[in-house]
Design a protein around this ligand. Structure first.
Ligand SMILES: Cc1ncc(COP(=O)(O)O)c(C=O)c1O
Length: 442
């Protein structure tokens, strides 16, 4: 079958979504409210979700591997979270004042990650990383922030640099030169190259902020020694080491990537999973650094780091959903054994199918996260991902959707949740095999 056949099949199965997309285009630039949610010919419109499944406006169901931007580690509307949410919704959704639920979620996070000595809740990961780098500048009195080429920390202005390929080009109109001059980018997984860049800016270096595992850029684990090398440089040179654990926290292990890779960041950011499917961001870490944002002890504006607003910060709905999720994860360690095993099964199975068919590719990822890259190169950074055959990957993901009811947001990493089972991974492998046999990749 040709790719065009899969496209036609998708279009024939999604006529209500197509009409919704036409309406959406009149409302939202590009018809969407998050840039990456668009794919060709148009995205289907979800009307419901349960467990591992997404349902669209035409009644199609998909086994979901996108899982709410990888946030839904327990699946869609898992019983403990749904129960906590329905109780809370009847008891107020936004108090707009301090509340007991925030203390409980904060304590739950701290119990799992004691390095979160002090924290601030906000509503998105983008806010959390913006706050983290602002705290770093406040603490050090320096200006420059180092981030990885291809590293994604959300859409805040400061960190919206070297995100999209070609990475050296500016990210587009609306971002001004003044902002860019204080952000330096380092090559992920190349310690020598990174240290060379850092050495040149060390006197004004406020922090290194890094995803321990490149998520949005393509599911790339760190090579041995890379993160520790950056941490050592930061600590030796009076800069902060900030780990962006918005994807990896409660995902690569209950205690996150810091635990997995033996890191001790000064600050770290959390999001996604710890909101239990509701909006969240958390900036946390060293008590003394976080105290710079204390508006009670530091009434004087000159000494206080201005972070910590947000109408919806620490709203009780997010707080109870997050707490129900973390409680479940802490009490049910078999979650990680299961999702990690299924992740490994997917990576190994896909690698074998493509290798047997002599299709050049590499399946990257870690634990319950995975992504296929059609390339002959060893995928170690965002450039390797961006220069792989993304068109073929888009076709693969669209064909899975159209022909097999399996959903990956095209070109994005897949995530396994506790709601998935071995039959789902087997179905993914069988579907991939049948697309290979049908000649999609040749
Ligand atoms: C590593 C990382 N940091 C920050 C963010 C931004 O989080 P949010 O989309 O909640 O603003 C994301 C989002 O995907 C992310 O992957």
């Amino acid at each position: 079958m040709e790719y065009g056949d899969y496209l036609r099949r998708y279009v024939s199965r999604t006529s209500k979504s197509r009409r919704l997309f036409l309406r959406a285009q009149k409302l939202f630039p590009g018809g969407i409210s998050h840039n990456i949610r668009y794919f060709e010919p148009y995205p289907f419109f979800a009307t419901g979700a349960r467990g591992k499944q997404l349902r669209d406006a035409d009644g199609n169901t998909y086994t979901d591997y996108w899982m709410g931007h990888w946030a839904l580690i327990l699946g869609h509307s898992p019983a403990p979270v749904a129960g906590a949410l329905s109780r809370q919704v009847k008891n107020g959704t936004l108090y707009g004042v301090t509340n007991d639920a925030s203390v409980e979620l904060g304590e739950a996070i701290q119990k799992i990650m004691p390095a979160a000595e002090s924290m601030r809740f906000c509503s998105t990961g983008s806010e959390a990383t913006m706050y983290a780098v602002r705290l770093a500048r406040a603490k050090t009195g320096r200006r420059v922030i180092a981030k990885a080429i291809g590293g994604w920390h959300g859409f805040n202005t400061t960190l919206m640099q070297t995100v999209n390929y070609p990475f050296e080009a500016e990210e587009g109109p609306g971002l001004v030169q003044d902002e860019e001059q204080y952000v330096e980018s380092i090559p992920f997984n190349d310690l020598e190259g990174s240290l060379k860049v850092l050495e040149n800016i060390k006197d004004d270096l406020a922090c290194i902020i890094i995803e321990p595992f490149l998520g949005g850029a393509g599911g790339i684990p760190p090579v041995d020694g890379y993160l520790k090398g950056l941490q050592e440089f930061a600590k030796k040179n009076g800069a902060l080491f900030i780990l962006d654990e918005i994807v990896t926290g409660f995902r690569l292990s209950l205690k996150g990537a810091a635990h997995k890779y033996g890191l001790e960041p000064d600050l770290f950011t959390l999001g996604k999973i710890c909101g239990g499917g509701m909006p969240i961001g958390v900036v946390c870490g060293d008590r003394e650094i976080m105290a710079l944002a204390d508006p009670v002890a530091r009434r004087d504006k000159e000494t206080r780091c201005a972070i910590g607003g947000g109408t919806f910060s620490a709203n009780p709905v997010t707080m109870v959903a997050g707490r129900a999720t973390l409680d479940f994860l802490a009490k049910n360690r078999q979650v990680y054994a299961k999702i990690d095993r299924l992740g490994e099964m997917a990576r190994k199975g896909l690698t074998k199918i493509f290798a047997d068919a002599r299709i050049q590719c590499q399946v990257t990822g870690s634990n319950s996260l995975f992504l296929t890259h059609f390339t002959k190169n060893n995928v170690k950074d965002a450039t390797d991902v961006a220069t792989s055959d993304r068109v073929l990957l888009t076709k693969y993901h669209l064909a899975l959707m159209a022909e097999h009811g399996i959903f990956f947001l095209p070109t994005k990493m897949g995530a396994i949740s506790f709601a998935h089972g071995e039959p789902d991974v087997k179905k993914l492998l069988a579907a991939t095999e049948s697309l290979v046999q049908a000649g999609l990749f040749t």
